[in-house]
Design a protein around this ligand. Structure first.
Ligand SMILES: NC(=O)c1ccc[n+]([C@@H]2O[C@H](COP(=O)([O-])OP(=O)(O)OC[C@H]3O[C@@H](n4cnc5c(N)ncnc54)[C@H](OP(=O)(O)O)[C@@H]3O)[C@@H](O)[C@H]2O)c1
Length: 250
């Protein structure tokens, strides 16, 4: 196993960050750091040279490699001079001996957030030789530790709950409009209440034909989705929720 560059120490209480990449997350964190007046400089492959990367690295203490997951390890290996100082990546699923993993548990699109939102973003960090406090002494964000070997499972949970429900809601908004002639905002309060009920009383949040074990309604729902790829999704949810109910539907 390669030695962890993260066992290197830096002593400053106000480290200067080098942000690699100019995708959604890199831009969000440039903005967050600007709002907090945390010194940072940026490098992006389409705009800067490797020589510039070397120079920026010399004048920074912590490098944030905020690029596509599949490229993180290779990028650090290709630019091995980076390994003389602390390196952090923000991927929820990558684990590498070459960098400290700190996953901001949030969704980042192209729209920026306000400072109040940024400071609330929790970071899920790998149990490691480095600590969040040491790498980000100026950030008051909540942070939690997990075992590195649990990261893939952790990330699968995030994708299932965050990304997959987004697909379901996008389907509803789209089909409301195109199939039913309903404005998407007609579902806004429904979505809002599902979220608050989940946050306040997760164990009582589920309603509908699944909890009522209402076979007739489940059958009608499935029939109405004939020819729609989401029929398989419906079946999969019933099967996951209750294999017995699923058998009754077949
Ligand atoms: N988006 C989210 O909601 C979210 C949430 C939590 C964590 N993250 C994590 O944050 C990191 C960045 O994600 P993102 O959403 O910002 O991705 P993104 O918007 O797709 O941007 C990816 C960036 O990586 C750069 N890149 C890709 N391969 C590279 C290489 N070989 N060398 C240099 N730069 C390279 C791209 O540069 P080009 O423009 O030149 O292609 C682009 O700037 C990932 O680790 C991701 O898992 C994302």
């Amino acid at each position: 196993m390669a030695t962890r560059p993260n066992s290197l120490t830096h002593s400053t209480q106000n480290p200067r960050y080098l942000i690699i990449g100019n995708g959604r997350v890199a831009r969000h964190f440039e903005h967050y750091f600007t709002l907090l007046r945390i010194p940072s400089q940026s490098w992006a492959r389409k705009q800067n040279s490797v020589e510039e990367l070397r120079e920026l690295h010399l004048s920074s203490e912590v490098t944030l490699v905020l690029i596509s997951d599949s490229e993180i390890e290779e990028f650090i290996k290709e630019n091995s001079f980076l390994q003389t100082k602390a390196i952090v990546h923000f991927s929820g699923s990558v684990t590498t001996a070459l960098a400290f993993g700190a996953h901001p548990l949030m969704t980042f699109t192209s729209s920026r957030y306000d400072l109040e939102t940024y400071v609330r973003i929790p970071f899920i960090c790998e149990k490691n030789t480095w600590s969040f406090e040491h790498l980000f002494p100026k950030l008051s964000n909540p942070h939690y530790l997990i075992e590195p070997n649990k990261k893939e499972f952790y990330h699968a949970l995030c994708v299932l709950s965050g990304n997959f429900t987004t697909l379901l809601w996008q389907k509803l908004f789209n089909d409301f409009e195109t199939e039913l002639g309903l404005p998407p905002e007609a579902a806004a309060l429904y979505l809002e209440k599902i979220s608050t009920n989940l946050l306040n009383h997760p164990e009582h949040a589920l309603t509908g034909p699944l909890v009522r074990k209402d076979i007739a309604t489940l059958q009608k729902n499935i029939k109405s989705l004939e020819g729609d790829p989401f029929q398989d999704v419906y079946y999969a949810f019933v099967k996951t929720f209750s294999p017995e109910l699923y058998k009754e539907l077949l």
